[in-house]
Design a protein around this ligand. Structure first.
Ligand code: GLN
Length: 309
């Protein structure tokens, strides 16, 4: 008998099944999908090959790699950190525990920002290049983390110039890798600072997904979030609104008269947040956009007074 035939045949199908069962036992909700993703990750095969060749043999090395990832996932370490990459707005980003994992609800911030940039460009269409307002569209992303918002905006607004800030130097290492991977060094500038630096300038649009979870609620978040994601990106202090309030107060002095500010927030804080926004920007127009789950998620503040119809 040769040595190979003594080993059970370890195929893609058999390890995927074993992985699925292990994840299910650990209480991972999306076990079948995650088992496929992890198996494909260690073997480097795409979906088509995965389904076309379930009998492909998996090597001992691949199997060991998979075992390590499965045991980490069973401890509830988030899948994106295990893969080292995650998708946001159709783009691929490097992620690690120094940055918040990009979430689908934040995509509506990008959508609204693009709509605003578009309507702003339409209004300025036809203005001679020398006219105030006919400049490059200027965006500030406060608390950029992985850089996913700034980079998604840069990709869709090639004419915009973007500054992205973060207080965490570890986060800025990740965002700068992402800026480089997407080849946007000329369009996105990263600055290490707390919220907005006084020297940041004036912007047509300020966007932010700041920390907004009330501190008392952080420990009760999903284990994946509370144990693994950077607390500095989540914890909004007592009540959860302190950082957004400070951000809005600073943003007033850095937003163009016809500009906008867009901030993601915690759904239960809608009323409190709108009253804070009105007290800081009494003349601005506030609207709230819901996320895909139907929850109030994004505050859009347009500074220019809307004409009365
Ligand atoms: N949406 C995130 C969560 O609920 C929080 C993100 C944030 O604080 N900016 O886990």
């Amino acid at each position: 008998m040769d040595s190979i035939s003594q080993h059970p045949r370890t195929t893609i199908a058999s390890v995927t099944l074993a992985t699925k069962l292990a994840l299910q036992n650990a209480g991972i909700h999306e076990a079948p999908l995650e088992a496929e993703v992890l198996t494909r990750h260690v073997t480097g095969i795409d979906r088509a090959v995965f389904y076309a060749h379930p009998d492909r043999i998996i090597s001992d090395h691949e199997n060991q790699q998979l075992a390590i990832l499965v045991s980490r996932r069973c401890q509830h370490e988030p899948l994106p950190y295990l893969l080292g990459r995650w998708e946001f707005y159709g783009l691929d980003f490097i992620v690690n525990p120094s940055v918040l994992i990009p979430r689908p609800e934040t995509e509506i911030l990008v959508e609204q920002a693009l709509l605003f940039a578009q309507s702003s460009a339409t209004k300025k269409l036809g203005l001679p290049a020398t006219t105030e307002g006919a400049h490059q569209f200027r965006i500030l992303d406060v608390g950029t983390g992985s850089g996913c918002i700034a980079i998604a905006l840069a990709k869709h607004l090639p004419q915009a110039s973007i500054i992205a800030t973060d207080i965490s130097s570890e986060a800025l290492v990740v965002s700068s890798q992402n800026v480089e991977e997407h080849n946007l060094q000329n369009q996105v500038r990263l600055i290490e600072c707390d919220l907005i630096t006084t020297r940041s300038g004036i912007f047509d649009l300020i966007v932010s997904n700041p920390p907004y979870i009330p501190d008392a609620e952080v420990p009760s978040l999903q284990q994946e979030v509370s144990h693994y994601e950077p607390i500095i990106a989540l914890d909004g202090g007592s009540g959860g609104l302190g950082i957004i309030k400070r951000l809005l107060k600073q943003a007033v002095n850095h937003t163009a008269p016809d500009g906008a500010i867009m901030v993601e927030f915690n759904p239960p804080q809608r009323t409190a947040l709108i009253s804070i926004a009105h007290s800081i920007l009494p003349d601005a127009t506030c609207k709230v956009i819901k996320d895909l789950a139907g929850l109030d998620r994004l505050l859009v503040i347009e500074l220019e007074k809307q004409p009365i119809e």
